[in-house]
Structure formats: C-alpha cells, structure tokens
Design a protein around this ligand. Structure first.
Ligand code: ATP
Ligand code: MG
Length: 567
C-alpha cells in the first residue's frame, strides 16, 4: 500500500461527522459543507496543524464540499510573509488544495469596521478609555462579577466619533479600545465586554501596509470572516469552547445572513516535544535548533526534512482520530506511521555508519565483482541493483568482536559470517593501533559460498558491508527526542521547558560509507539502510551527502520502556 500522496483522510467516523450527517439530513445550509483552515502566519505549521488540516480538508472533500485556506492575520507585529509562503507550501505538500480560495482576514478589515459601526449604532459597542491594568481590575474574577466601565454609557454619537478618530490615527496605542457591551457579570469571562478593536501604530502589516492603525481582535474577526466566506462548520480546538457564546453573539447582532456552527475538538499534544508557536519560535530564534525545518522539530517542514512522507502524516492523523478529550499522543504512534510506509516503499541499500576496514587477503587485487541485490525483499517490482565487491570492504565496528559467545551472530575472530548478497568470510587477524584500537581486520573469503551455504556448514550471521574503493563518503545524522521529558512544558513542577532539552538530540557521524548506487539519490529521497534504519537525503547544501535518520527499524523506545517496566 502506498501512502505517498494519499489524499484520503480522517475517513474514520467521529462526532463531527455525525453532526454534519445530521445537518445534511435536516438539509441545513442547503446541504452544503464548507470548512476552512485558519492559521495565523506567525510561525511554521506543526503536526498539530496537520490534524486540523486533515480534518477540515478531509471533511470537505468527503462531503463534496469545499475548504478555504485563510490567514488569520490580525496581529501584524508577529506575522511575516515568509510564514505565509511556508504555510502554503506545507498544506500543498500534505496533498490538499484550496483551489482559488486563499483568503486573508485582512481582506475583510473594511467589512469588519462597518460591522463595528453597526454594533455602536445599536448601542452594543463602546469606546473605553480604561488603561489595560484598570480594565483587568474591572473585569473581576471567576468568583466575582466585574464592574461596568465608567465609559460604558457613552452616547452612540460620542462612540461613533471616537471610533472614527481611533481609525484616523488621533489616539495613541493603549489609550482607547472598542468593546462589546454584553454583560460584566457573566459567568463566562469572555462575555464581560470583550475588546473588539485596539490601536496599534508603527507596524507595517504584511498585507495592508500602513493603511490601518486599529486592528480587530480574533474573537470579533473570526466569526465574521467565517460568515463572509459562507463557512458552514467552523472547526476549532477545545480552548475556544468558552468563546463560542461570543462567536454566536457577534453574528446574532450584526446584519449578516450566514451563521456558521463552531464545533470544538481536542488539540493534538505529542509527547517529548512542544507545539506552542511561541515556544517553537524561541527554539528557533535562540538557536537550540537549526531553523524551522530542523528535523528534530514537530513542524511539517522539519518532519519532511527528516524523511516523513505526506501520506504517513495523513495516516497518523487518521489513526489518532478526532475526539473531545484532551490527551497526549506517544511519539511511537507517529513513528509507526512512517515506519509502515517506508517498510513497504523505501528501497533497500547498504551503508556502513561506523566503518571498520576489512582486507580479504585471498581475493585478487584490482578485481571487482558486481553482485546483484534486490531493492526490496518482498517486492520484486522494485527491481535490483548491482553492488560492487572487492578485496577491501567496510563493515560496521559493532559487527565485530574479538571474542563472543554463540548469541553474537556477527563476525568474531577466527569465525565466519556472511556478507549480505555476497560471500562468507572468516576473520584471521586483528590489526590494532598504538592505543590498542582495532583499525583493520584481515579475512579470507570462500569462493564457493556466493548466495548459498557451503556443504555441511551453516553460517547464520549476515552483516552489511560496502566495497571500500567504490564507496561514497557521507555524513549521517542520528536524531533523538528534542526533550528528555514527556511533557516538556508541563507547568506542574515549575520547571522551564528549556531545562528539559535533550543535550544528545543530534549525533553526527561524519565519515560513513554508502554503496555507490546511492550516487544517484535525489534530495528528499528515502531509503532503508539495511539493519540501520530509514534515512532521507537532506535537502540542504553541503560538500558531501548528508543523510537524516528518519526512524529506526524498530521502536527502540517501546523496547526500553518494556525492559524498564519488567520486574
Ligand atoms: P498557538 O496557540 O501556538 O499560537 P494556534 O492554535 O493559535 O497556535 P493557529 O495558527 O491559530 O495556531 O492555528 C490554526 C488552526 O490550527 C486553528 O484552527 C487551531 O485550532 C488548529 N490547531 C493549532 N494547533 C493545533 C493542535 N495542536 N491540534 C489540533 N489543531 C490545532
Ligand atoms: Mg490562534
């Protein structure tokens, strides 16, 4: 099964699909389904966003509906055009298409302003001059009702005048805001006269430049943007459940026909990483990682560079499903999705990560033999390639021991092992340097053993190798968890997440040897290095090829945890 480029997503039924089914049965929204994915362009997308993308685009496509991509760009100070490009690239790469429906909340600034005027005219919004700190005091607490602002009873005319002058740049940042007039005693804090507009001078908005010095708040912008686009189901994460009454209040009190339904689902939390954009930005800007596409980050760009396929990410989102309960997903879930994909689809190659030279003394000098090697053990359609064999080869240091018991199924001094796709060799001599470190092995090969065990002798161990003369030198990067705590930003014990960075999250092996068939690999191409794991040719520029380890062959963490939990 090829997962690459797969477009099906979250087909598994869930409570949102049930709600949509009911709406369709009742012919609500004229039987249409229209969703949107609304990122703020203040960072790269991460795997949590992928969950939302798969849900929104997946639902739309399965119900013959549409899904818009909308940049929720009401915070110009933190947003960047670069992020806008990166987000589009990532959504496309995941296999989703917004067609001609790319929007910006800033497209609606004029409409939003007009709706604010309408609320003022209806006596439902007012200009408030309280300082931020005073506003906080007036708001009250969860146990205590808030107090009305002294500016709450301003006349409509005065409010209109002041709001227009706010727009006309007459007032300083923080001196005034526009607030909804709802209920300062509401048990829901979001309904205690929330701010609708604030003044923000001196920033250049990436879309609207310096046209505006007042910016609408998210809770005002979002419902109106949804309604203007004819969205039917506005899917968002659980923390917005308390905002839903405000979402509805805004749409109930302005002249707009469409009233989308907000539905909340639980956000994805992944163990051993952080997902907040503020923290990801800090990791990038403080140099804890190499950039937004660092293969250790849970960003889509990072996962792609690490070697994840789009299909495996979509499959992962399908496997975790959509619910209303908060949970933290094990990294192993994500890893098993890519492992399944690459196990089925990645061609096999040989690469020696910790090279130890082996000289086969009875093999003729200068002779090179081409051995045929299958590209995939179960899939003949993937064909085969030739692997050169000669007098000098590299094997992995870990595959040799001077002494070992029978459990060690690799090369031991005085014993035999099979070179994968090739001959049986026997180690006769170990050569060491002055420090006693092994630098070379002297072996003999048995010419009768190509592809078969010799009569009466069963050689069990098989190891991978690379012919020295034809080998390509490469750098290999092995990644581990970026953090050494399952919930790095847990606030329970007051430890800052920086303290939980794993100092060994990146191990660079600078002199590895690859079989020559890899000379033609394209950046981004993925392989199984036999017995070592899955690797992807890095897309960055460098002198020699760099391979990122996508994932190990087996879930080594599950094994460690299993061993630890054993009595
Ligand atoms: P942050 O709070 O870190 O800034 P965000 O949720 O505000 O992140 P947005 O760009 O606003 O980031 O998110 C766009 C969409 O993706 C929203 O609808 C949001 O609910 C959804 N989303 C963000 N993070 C997750 C997550 N971890 N799991 C599922 N959906 C998510
Ligand atoms: Mg947000």
């Amino acid at each position: 099964m090829s997962l690459e480029g797969s477009k099906s997503s979250t087909k598994t039924s869930n409570f949102i699909r049930h709600m949509i089914d009911e709406d369709l049965a009742a012919n609500k929204n004229d039987g249409k389904v229209h969703t949107r994915f609304p990122p703020e362009p203040n960072g790269f997308l991460h795997i949590g966003h992928a969950k939302s993308i798969c849900l929104n685009f997946g639902v739309a496509s399965d119900y013959q509906g549409q899904c818009n991509l909308r940049f929720d760009d009401t915070n110009p100070g933190k947003e960047k055009q670069d992020y806008i490009h990166a987000i589009q690239e990532d959504v496309k790469w995941l296999g989703f298409d917004w067609q001609d429906r790319l929007f910006y909340a800033s497209d609606y600034f004029e409409n939003l302003y007009e709706f604010a005027i309408e609320l003022i005219e209806k006596g439902l919004a007012y200009v408030c001059d309280l300082k931020a700190e005073e506003t906080r005091e007036y708001r009250g607490t969860l146990k205590e009702a808030g107090k009305n602002s002294p500016y709450r009873e301003r006349s409509v005319d005065e409010n209109l005048d002041l709001f227009k002058r706010m727009r006309a740049s007459e007032f300083e940042d923080g001196s005034r805001v526009l607030r909804a007039k709802i209920d300062m005693a509401s048990p829901n804090m979001n309904m205690r006269d929330p701010t609708l507009y604030r003044i923000r001078h001196g920033v250049v908005h990436h879309q609207t430049g310096e046209e505006w010095c007042i910016y609408p708040m998210y809770d005002f912008t979002h419902p109106i943007s949804d309604a203007l686009e004819g969205i039917t189901h506005s899917l968002c994460t659980l923390e917005f459940a308390d905002h839903r009454p405000l979402y509805d209040w805004v749409l109930d009190n302005i002249s707009i026909a469409c009233h989308p339904q907000q539905i909340e689902f639980s956000r994805l939390n992944l163990q051993f990483t952080v997902m907040s954009k503020r923290k990801l930005t800090e990791l990038v800007e403080e140099g804890h990682v190499e950039g937004w596409d660092d293969p250790r980050l849970p960003t889509i760009a990072g996962l792609r560079r690490r070697g994840y396929t789009a299909g495996s990410i979509v499959e992962f989102c399908d496997r975790i499903g959509i619910t209303k309960s908060d949970n933290s997903v094990e990294m192993g879930m994500l890893e098993s999705a890519i492992r399944d994909d690459l196990n089925a689809n990645a061609p096999r190659r040989m690469a020696v990560l910790n090279p130890l030279k082996v000289v086969i003394e009875n093999y003729p000098e200068g002779q090179v033999e081409q051995l045929s090697a299958a590209n995939h053990p179960q899939n003949d359609d993937m064909g085969s390639r030739n692997v050169p064999f000669s007098r000098e080869v590299y094997i992995d240091r870990d595959d040799f021991r001077e002494e070992a018991n029978n459990k060690f199924k690799r090369l031991v001094l005085g014993k035999e092992v099979r070179l994968r796709y090739g001959y049986v060799i026997r180690c006769d001599q170990v050569i060491k340097d002055e420090q006693g470190e092994i630098i070379e092995l002297r072996c003999h090969y048995d010419a009768q053993t190509l592809g078969k065990n010799p009569e009466g002798r069963k050689v069990k161990g098989v190891i991978h190798w690379v012919s020295a003369e034809q080998a390509l030198e490469a750098e290999v990067r092995l990644y581990d968890r970026l953090f050494n705590h399952p919930v790095p930003d847990s606030s329970k014990d007051g430890v800052d997440y920086h303290q939980r960075l794993n100092p060994d999250s990146l191990q660079v092996l600078s002199r590895c040897y690859l079989e020559p068939a890899l000379a033609n690999a394209e950046p981004g191409e993925r392989f199984q290095f036999e017995r070592e794991g899955y690797f992807c040719l890095d897309t960055g520029r460098s002198e020699k090829p760099v391979y990122n380890r996508t994932v190990t062959l087996r879930d080594s963490w599950a094994k460690i945890e299993e061993e630890l939990s054993r009595p």
